[in-house]
Every structure is written in C-alpha cells, then in structure tokens.
Design a binder for this molecule. Structure first.
Ligand code: S3P
Length: 475
C-alpha cells in the first residue's frame, strides 16, 4: 500500500490517480477536519496525522501491518507558514516518516525554489542548489535526509490548476507585476497539478533514488507569460517593477529543465500553461469564480452583451439587430462551434454526443475572453454547465430573452438544425428544457425581456437602450 502524507491540492490528486489505477492507497492529512472532509469524498482511506510529531506518526504506522506500506509520498506543505513551519513539516516530517516506515520507498516533494540562480540559465538536477533563503535551506536538509537513505526527491515547479493559479488571478485582478529581469521579469517555471501528479506516480515506479525536476516543457519569462495571458483576456500587460527581495522563496531567475524526467518516459499533458487555458475545461472558470467572489463587478465584467434563453427566443436575430444599433460586433457561439468542428450541430450531436458538444461550447466561450463591445448570442443550453457561469458573467451584461412555450414552439417549428427538438413531442421537450434551465437563466440574467408581446424590432430597440444605460453607467 502507498501512503500519501499530505492530501492537499497535489496529494489528494496523487492518491486519486493511484486509486483509479487500482493501486492500494491511504492518505494522511494534518487536521481531523480535513481528514473527515476528504474521507467523505474519497474512496481511499484518510486519517488525521501530524507528520511533524513523532508520536502521531508512530501511532499512525501502528494502524498498518508491518511492511504493509511499501512507499511513502511526502507531499505535505507548510501552508502560509515561515521557516519554523517549514522545519516541522519538511525536516521533522521526513525524519518521522522514515523512522516509522523504515522499509518503505520514500518520495519527497521538494521545490525548484532550491535553485538560487538569477542569471536566466538552464538548471538541471546537477546544478547548484544552495538557496539563500532559510526556507530553501530547510528543504535542502530534508532532501539530504531523503537522498541519504536512497529516496527520491521531486523538485516541483510552481503548481497551478483548477482553483489555483496566482499568475492568472493576479493578472485579472490588476495586481500582477513584472519583477526585475531588465523588464522581462522572473522566469516562471510551472507545472499543472495533474501533470505533477502523473510525474510523482511515474517516479514511484523508477528504481533507485535521486533528484528529479518536475516542470512542464515551457519555462517563460513573466513578460512572455503575462503578455500572452493579457492578450487572451484583453487586459493590460502588468507594469515592470524592481524585484522584491522579501519574496518568501527569494528572487530567482532560471529555466528549470525536465529533460531527465522526459528521458525516463514521462510526458506532461500540458507542455505549456497556455495549453491548459484551452485544454483544462475548469481552469479559467475556477479562477474567474474565485475573482468574482471578491471583486466588484467593474473589475470582473467586460463591456459586452451576452444573450441567453431557450431555442427560438430570438438571440441570434435580435442579437444581430442590437449589434447593428450599438455598433458592436455580433458573435454566435453556435457558429464558433460549427466553424471549429467544420461540421453542423446536428452532426456533432450525432457523431460525438451531447457531452462532447457541451465541451466544445465551453471552449468556444473561453475563446471569447478578450472580447469587448460585442453582442454574443449563446446556445440555449450553455447555462446547463455550471462551469460556464463565471465565463458568461465575465463576458458582460447578461440578457435573458424569455418567451412562452407556445411562442418558442411556433418560432422553432419546421427547423432541422436543433437536435434536441427532434422529438415526437417538441413542445413537451421545450417545456422540459424550460423547467430544467429556468433557474439558471434567472440566476444569471441582469435583465429579462419577455418577448411574447414584442416584435423583434421592439425587442432590439428596448435591449439596445438598456445596454446604453448600463454601459453608460459603467464608463
Ligand atoms: C441547444 C440550443 C442550440 C444549440 C444546440 C443545443 C440547447 O442553440 O446550441 O442545438 O441545448 O438548447 P440555439 O439556442 O441558438 O438554438
């Protein structure tokens, strides 16, 4: 059985991966509360144990048969703590775990912050790793203990992933900066959480000990990374500032190489963090959700009009008219999907199924994050994916075009381009979709327009005027 010591952001993912692969796994986590929370959600065993406390680790070891634990993965973190917390979790943690599980293989997740280089050079596992910050020195001591007993040290780059990507979050909140490096800033060495997890599982199966860097293929300067992200999200490139020597892990500047791990057969799913913007369907949405939990509307939302509502509510027709009135660009997410799939919507449903269509729809929405002054008509089902909600809100002013089922039925009758209405009783189907989706339309809408009694001209006029008032108030 493999013991994952520290089931936080990375550890829980590693344990999950091992479990999915059918490998026996147990986890320990610092507090009884998080043990209870994790145990309720996870299919693997989780106990509370303080790895900084020898007695706690020994009583944990006594819960397993002698020799039952064949490998221990130390991926506990010190949270926000300083050098003292570091010492307890890393130095004492490693000592306690090796004493309690003397026969087990040990993997210690360290950090690429132990490389102190500031000259932008490429560093590999043989490069100098004598950090000048106290926190880095503690990591090195723990590493030395692990290596002395034949264990594996995984030096992890900056972990990002769903719910956690400070680079993007700070950029969108307007508090990012490009720190030193002659205006290029530090080099960012990053790794997606899921790739970090597959790397650790890969290392578990390597024979022998040693040091391994765990980083994606594409270290980038802050200017390069933030510049590309800024373009994707239509926000200004952050200002250049002098380096801050007080950074907890120091100001360093180096390109960490993953050549050793790559040569051992590991491949990252996301070679570059920019790939994850497209490839991880939850990444951007989760960061936006975090931002909107704290930010005022003006920080969060852009100057577009987003039309939601059931099929036949007039999003495309009215949307075009509103765009013409306001001098905005008109965009239709269904059209973006058919263009990128080079295939009609009924065909996508038929060949790939609705779930695949929804992923395409979400990707189409993510591709619009730089839009400004656009009218965006969305597919009626876009609200069914919770992950789309922060994206829709980020895009701007959300208007729900509503109509009775009878009206919607009349407007959609005879069409062949809506696979969900290919039904013996399309009216009943519309009613069902309406009942299922109405709460989401209601929750998301800044404005609802009941269109039954209005001509398209009237709807477009009213909508355009409301947008003028709304955006006028924002400027
Ligand atoms: C759908 C609505 C359609 C299209 C797809 C699925 C839905 O867009 O995205 O057929 O789930 O309601 P319109 O609302 O523009 O017809």
């Amino acid at each position: 059985m493999i013991l994952v010591a520290g089931c936080g952001y990375l550890g829980a993912r590693i344990a999950g991966l091992l479990h999915e692969a059918g490998r026996p796994v147990a986890g320990i986590t610092h507090s009884p509360e998080s043990a209870a929370r994790l145990a309720a959600a996870a299919a693997w065993r989780v106990d509370a144990c303080d790895i900084g406390d020898a007695a706690s680790v020994h009583s944990q070891a006594a819960r397993f048969a002698p020799g039952e634990i064949t490998a221990v993965i130390h991926c506990a973190s010190s949270g926000r703590g300083g050098a003292d917390a570091y010492r307890l979790v890393y130095h004492e943690g490693v000592r306690n775990l090796t004493a309690a599980f003397p026969a087990a293989k040990l993997i210690f997740t360290s950090s690429t912050s132990v490389y102190p280089q500031t000259d932008g050079s490429v560093v590999d596992e043989s490069s100098d790793a004598a950090p000048d910050k106290e926190t880095g020195r503690v990591l090195r001591e723990a590493e030395a203990t692990v290596l002395a007993r034949g264990g594996i040290v995984a030096r992890l780059a900056g972990i990002y992933g769903p719910g956690r990507w400070f680079v993007l979050r700070h950029l969108l909140e307007g508090r990012a900066s490009i720190e030193g490096g002659d205006g290029h800033g530090r080099i960012l060495n990053q790794i997606h959480r899921d790739d970090a997890a597959t790397a650790i599982v890969h290392l578990l199966d390597q024979s022998g000990g040693g040091i391994w860097n765990v980083v994606d293929d594409t270290p980038m300067t802050q200017r390069e990374c933030l510049g590309k992200l800024a373009a994707r999200f239509g926000v200004p490139v952050p200002p250049a500032v002098p380096p801050n020597p007080e950074r907890k892990r120091g100001w360093t500047n180096k390109r960490v190489s993953n050549a050793k791990l790559r040569a051992a057969g590991w491949q990252p799913h996301f070679a570059c963090c920019l790939d994850a913007l497209d490839g991880d369907p939850d990444l951007v949405a989760s960061i936006l959700a975090q931002i909107e939990a704290e930010a005022p509307d003006a920080v969060m939302r852009r100057k577009n009009v987003v039309l939601i509502g059931l099929m036949g509510s007039g999003k495309s027709t009215v949307g075009r008219m509103v765009a013409a009135k306001l001098g905005f660009r008109f965009i239709d997410t269904d059209q973006l999907i058919t263009q990128s799939a080079r295939c009609s919507i009924p065909k996508i449903f038929e060949r790939e199924g609705e779930a695949a269509f929804r992923l395409r729809e979400s990707a189409a929405l993510r591709s619009l994050m730089d839009c400004e002054h656009c009218v965006i008509a969305t597919g009626g089902g876009i609200v069914t994916q919770e992950r789309n909600h922060p994206l829709l809100r980020r895009l701007g002013f959300i208007v729900w075009l509503d109509a009775s089922i009878a009206t919607l039925h009349r407007r959609t009758a005879g069409g062949h381009d809506r696979p969900l209405l290919k039904d013996d009783d399309p009216k009943a189907k519309l009613q069902k979709l309406h009942d299922a989706r109405q709460p989401a339309y209601r929750k998301l809408a800044d404005l609802r327009i009941a269109t039954d009694e209005l001509s398209q001209d009237e709807t477009a006029y009213g909508l355009a005027e409301s947008v003028r008032v709304h955006l006028g108030g924002q400027d």
